[in-house]
Design a protein around this ligand. Structure first.
Ligand SMILES: Cc1cc2nc3c(=O)[nH]c(=O)nc-3n(C[C@H](O)[C@H](O)[C@H](O)COP(=O)(O)OP(=O)(O)OC[C@H]3O[C@@H](n4cnc5c(N)ncnc54)[C@H](O)[C@@H]3O)c2cc1C
Length: 386
């Protein structure tokens, strides 16, 4: 069913990349998923292997060690990770978000210092926006980074950091001017190898989650942590909020692309199952209820695909606006949760067993409606344009 539609942005080069990513994931990552899910994090050397295979920083210029591609290359990676059900590897944050903050706003020295190591997997990165007291309302972050002589002094607490336990480069959203609201926000790059062991920086627990079990998600604490003045992202303070707003459409589209691929995977494995499994002497697919429900869901999958493809092409041309990205994020993740739930139903009791991929997909899908800006916040962004 999905084979009859070809994404208009795909070409021969991207297909070659897709084939090699699929092979790589099934050889290197899929066999390790069970172990990673049990331990609660992806092995550190997985980042190195992924770097060697060209999976990291695919859309960062070659001069900084990246793959020299664009958003379409990130799309291929996000989709293939989703099709392979490899859900804990935080490359969306590392390559799709943090690398792009550095590439878009970093000074030449910052780009040269961090991007090549991020592309090779020597450095794992994270972004720290959310705090225990504020998530959706980013302007109210309480973490401060105050310039004293030649260093920024950081105080505060962040939570829910994807790659939080493993990251050695963290992009911290902090107030360099606490008297101001959004205009007081800056992005400060914290190199954990430099601050770890000094006493002021610490990581909390690897948080136990409902799904995404292989992804380390952590809290971090700053107590008079000092970082060099040169670690302010870009040359000027107070630009952090604007920088965040400019990059968020890409972050949201990465989530939407993952949702779209997860929908397709769920429908594919469910279609296979309902053709095999029998009840009352018929295949589950032979019940009209199954046919109608799957027909509706395949239709929604196609709508999601066409919309996300259109957004991806717009983003690659620098033309994706905030409201459209918000539409893609909320609608596809809402549909992902509904469709995965409905697919699980067709598996009966087996759908509830973790040995069936649909069970893991059910647990993993729930967060999609919350992170990257909750779906309620997405609707606020759209409503602003009405
Ligand atoms: C697995 C996981 C990974 C994450 N990764 C990261 C990461 O790497 N970096 C990072 O910084 N954060 C990360 N987050 C945090 C995530 O982005 C936040 O949880 C999310 O933005 C919501 O913030 P909150 O949890 O503080 O909820 P709140 O802001 O407290 O919201 C609670 C509820 O109220 C609703 N709400 C809030 N304001 C409004 C409003 N104005 N109108 C209507 N409804 C509203 C929300 O939609 C939500 O349903 C992650 C979270 C999880 C669980």
């Amino acid at each position: 069913m999905f084979e009859s539609y070809k994404s208009p942005w795909m070409d021969e080069e991207l297909q070659i990349m897709r084939d090699s990513v699929t092979k790589f994931l099934h050889k290197e990552f899929v066999p390790k998923m069970e172990k990673w899910e049990k331990q609660g994090f992806v092995d550190r050397d997985a980042w190195r292997i992924a770097g060697d295979a060209g999976l990291l920083c695919a859309s960062i210029p070659e001069q900084y060690g990246g793959g020299g591609g664009n958003f379409k290359h990130e799309m291929v990676l996000v989709e293939e990770l989703s099709y392979a059900n490899v859900t804990g590897f935080g490359n969306g944050v590392h390559s799709g978000i943090v690398a792009h903050y550095i590439n878009s706003y970093g000074t030449e020295e910052q780009k040269k210092k961090w991007l090549p190591k991020m592309a090779s997997g020597e450095i794992v990165s994270a972004i720290a926006m959310t705090e225990p007291g504020t998530g959706s309302d980013l302007q109210s972050v309480a973490t401060t980074a105050i310039l004293q002589a030649d260093v920024y002094v950081l105080n505060g607490q962040k939570t829910f950091l994807t790659n939080g336990m493993t990251a050695n480069l963290i992009c911290v959203v902090a107030k360099t001017d606490p008297k101001e609201s959004s205009k007081g926000i800056s992005l400060i790059m914290v190199e954990t190898d430099s601050v770890e062991g000094e006493g002021g920086f610490s990581r909390g627990r690897n948080l136990e989650k409902l799904g995404l079990k292989a992804q380390d998600t952590a809290e971090i604490f700053f107590d008079d942590v000092t970082v060099p003045r040169e670690n302010l992202l870009g040359a000027t303070e107070g630009k952090g909020f604007v920088q965040l707003m400019q990059q968020l459409p890409q972050e949201r589209l990465i989530i939407a692309a993952g949702a779209c691929a997860a929908i397709e995977k769920a429908l594919k494995i469910t279609s296979e199952y309902v053709k095999e499994r029998k009840a009352f002497g018929k295949r589950i697919l032979d019940f009209q209820n199954t046919q109608f429900r799957l027909a509706e869901r395949y239709t929604e999958a196609r709508l999601a695909r066409v919309f996300v493809d259109d957004c991806a092409m717009k983003l690659a041309e620098g033309k994706l606006d905030e409201a459209t990205a918000a539409m893609a994020k909320w609608w596809t993740t809402q549909k992902q949760c509904e469709i995965v739930d409905e697919c699980l139903q067709f598996f009966g009791g087996y759908g509830y067993m973790m040995e069936y991929p649909i069970a893991k997909m059910y647990a993993d899908s729930r967060i999609q409606k919350i992170y990257g800006g909750s779906n309620e916040i997405m609707k606020l962004l759209i409503a602003r344009e009405i």
